[in-house]
Design a protein around this ligand. Structure first.
Ligand code: C2E
Ligand code: CA
Ligand code: CA
Ligand code: CA
Length: 280
């Protein structure tokens, strides 16, 4: 189980260069030998900007390292991706998160469950099977599952991406483009893909907040306006301050996620958080 409370206090392990090589090797070995029960999922609320209601949660992976404690994805994700171990981890995560979402729904808390899918998994044959299996085993309604794909994983091979997206969409799963604004892909091209949600990266919000008055919200607003026209839902990521909140409201974003709303938290705390929000 996760250490500490719901504050998502995780160890920021930033090794030096020589340490880094040793760390990568250790991660690779441990991930290979270790069982999946060292992984923990935290959930970060996503709320509607018009009503403040809880709309969904994003599943975020943590590794409960036997000696180092709870580690953030930065410490192990790239190694896991390179060694191919992220696919079995994500298969487990899909099972865990869909089971959790089905359980919450049965308790009267239906939430959209977002799961991050790596570029490598997205381009693998097994993704469709993994998603279908998780839905089958959990009994979760497919439209309650949102797969988050990064800009780069769809931009790499747009034709293949389109086919893969079409298959996923054919059985009702939703798809989002994650971290929009961090790559160099064209928004028009991305939005031509069959996706329902665009997650606007924190860096765009920070940039908007640092510019002066009129210019500040313009970029954000034009992105959101375009998604609106196309019937695509927009999520502002990294809403940390009241100023950020005002910016994304003015821009017309549909949903928000960030420390101002809530930090990622263990599963047990989600229903409690939800009932507090409902009461407020
Ligand atoms: P992401 O998908 O963009 O997820 C949001 C990240 O931003 C999370 O970091 C979250 O804790 C953090 N965050 C949320 N609100 C705020 C805020 O207001 N301010 C700031 N500064 N940060 C905020 P986390 O959990 O460390 O995850 C980092 C990245 O690792 C994720 O970024 C995602 O790309 C990746 N990741 C996490 N879990 C998984 C997973 O299960 N599979 C894959 N493939 N990637 C994952
Ligand atoms: Ca994400
Ligand atoms: Ca993101
Ligand atoms: Ca990000």
């Amino acid at each position: 189980a996760a250490k500490g409370s719901g504050r998502d206090r995780i160890h920021l392990f930033t090794p030096g260069l020589r340490e880094a090589a040793r760390w990568r090797l250790e991660v690779a070995n441990r991930l290979r030998d270790g069982s999946l029960d060292q992984f923990v999922v935290h959930y970060q609320p996503v709320v509607r900007l018009d009503t403040g209601e809880l709309y969904g949660v994003e599943a975020l992976l943590r590794w409960n390292h036997p000696e180092r404690g709870l580690l953030s994805p930065d410490a192990f994700l790239s190694v896991a991706e390179e060694t191919g171990q992220l696919i079995p981890i994500t298969r487990w995560l899909l099972g865990e998160t869909t089971r959790q979402a089905a359980e919450w729904a049965a308790q009267g808390l239906p939430l959209l469950m977002s799961v991050n899918i790596s570029a490598r998994h997205f381009s693998a044959e097994t993704l469709v099977r993994d998603v279908r299996m998780a839905l089958h085993d959990s009994g979760l309604a497919p439209e309650s599952l949102l797969l988050e794909l990064t800009e780069t994983s769809v931009a790499e091979d747009p034709t293949r991406a389109e086919d893969q997206l079409a298959v996923l969409r054919s059985f009702g799963v939703r798809v989002a483009i994650d971290d929009f604004g961090t790559g160099w892909s064209s928004l028009a091209q991305l939005l031509a893909l069959p996706i329902g949600t665009l997650k606007i990266d924190r860096s765009l919000l920070t940039a908007a907040a640092s510019l002066t008055t009129e210019a500040s919200g313009a970029v954000l607003a034009s992105i959101v306006a375009l998604t609106r026209t196309l019937g695509i839902r927009s999520v502002a990521e990294g809403v940390e301050t009241a100023e950020h909140l005002q910016l994304v409201r003015e821009a017309g974003c549909d949903l928000a996620q960030g420390y101002l709303v809530a930090r990622p938290m263990p599963a047990v705390e989600v229903p409690r958080w939800a009932s507090r929000v409902r009461a407020a």
